[in-house]
Design a protein around this ligand. Structure first.
Ligand SMILES: NC(=O)c1ccc[n+]([C@@H]2O[C@H](COP(=O)([O-])OP(=O)(O)OC[C@H]3O[C@@H](n4cnc5c(N)ncnc54)[C@H](O)[C@@H]3O)[C@@H](O)[C@H]2O)c1
Length: 291
């Protein structure tokens, strides 16, 4: 059975990823510095800022497993502002370096890891608009926080690791804001004011669809570094996406026809190359306001 280790498997996205991989027949071990709330998979305590610990974990752990086939790397401080800027940057970039380096040293060729929508230039607003709509993977990152800077440099680092080792596959997924079903109760309130969620072009990703993207990226892995935006198919708003873009970003060009409530965080590349097809919308979970 294919054995996948998930770093950060005790976290919000990690829980959904572990459950999805187990459901799809993978052997899964969660590596995290804090234990999971439930025991869906094996668990080993690891701190990724310590290279020795992650290398040892990828080489095998007594009474747990002997080999690892692929790594899903999610462990990080997941947003700016949760701790100091430098603590966020240091934890995240050190952990990602150590995971990439240890995977390479252990002969593991496939890593799928969490980048972030923030590299696209968040927070967007009238004074800091996106270059065009929908945004995609075609323009250079525009980090504005230490968190986003760490993700930007991790994307660059992935490219350099793959240059050193042409057999390595490092797939970065630029997740939008991760949501569990319990979060959807807050969504109807976003409708009243487009400014509330303009910072990420009204995007989000259901954790279960984030897990789908990770599984598809593992299964589609091919040598080299690549990145994909991963977002829900729709926005958090009930207004049309075209009217939102025109009102809040009147000078930004819209590069193609938009579906009624289509995401403005372009997922065309993920659909085309990974076969990503989001299954979940907040609209199934939260009562919508009357039109
Ligand atoms: N939550 C979002 O909206 C969002 C959006 C885009 C990208 N991401 C990225 O997705 C990934 C998962 O995010 P999440 O929302 O599940 O975060 P989370 O905080 O719920 O989970 C992260 C997990 O990583 C672990 N961790 C962090 N640093 C560690 C270290 N040095 N050693 C061991 N374990 C460590 C934590 O204990 C935690 O369980 C992160 O890389 C985050 O940057 C999250």
């Amino acid at each position: 059975m294919t054995h996948i280790v998930v770093t950060g498997g005790s976290g919000k996205l990690g829980r959904a990823v572990v459950a999805d991989l187990v459901d799809h027949g993978y052997q899964v071990t969660n590596l995290d510095r804090r234990p999971p709330a439930d025991a869906v998979s094996g668990y080993v305590q690891v701190d990724f800022t310590d290279y020795g610990q992650i290398l040892a974990a990828l080489l095998g752990v007594d009474d747990r497993y002997d080999t690892v086939d692929a790594v899903v790397h999610l462990a990080a401080i997941p947003a700016p502002g949760l701790t100091t800027n430098t603590a966020t940057f240091t934890n995240n970039i050190t952990s990602t370096h150590h995971v990439f380096a240890a995977a390479r040293a252990a002969g593991i060729k496939t890593v799928v890891w969490a980048s972030s929508e923030t590299v696209l230039g968040l927070p967007f607003g009238p004074e800091s608009p996106p270059p065009y709509i929908p945004v995609d993977e075609e323009y250079h990152p525009r980090p504005s926080t230490s968190y986003s800077l760490s993700k930007t440099l991790e994307e660059e680092m992935a490219g350099q690791f793959c240059r050193w080792d042409p057999e390595l596959s490092l797939t970065g997924l630029r997740f939008s804001n991760v949501m569990d079903p319990a979060d959807y109760a807050a969504f109807p309130a976003f409708d009243a004011d487009p400014a509330t969620r303009m910072w990420n072009l009204w995007g989000y990703i259901d954790a279960r669809d984030g897990a789908q993207a990770i599984r598809l990226a593992l299964e589609a892995a091919r040598p080299g570094a690549d990145i994909f935006i991963i977002a829900a198919a729709d926005t958090v708003m009930s207004r049309s996406s075209a009217s939102l873009a025109a009102e809040v970003f009147p000078d930004v060009s819209i590069t193609r026809d938009l579906g009624e409530r289509e995401t403005l965080l372009g997922i065309d590349k993920a659909r085309r190359i990974l076969g990503f097809a989001p299954q979940h919308s907040w609209r199934e979970h939260a009562a919508q306001p009357a039109d």
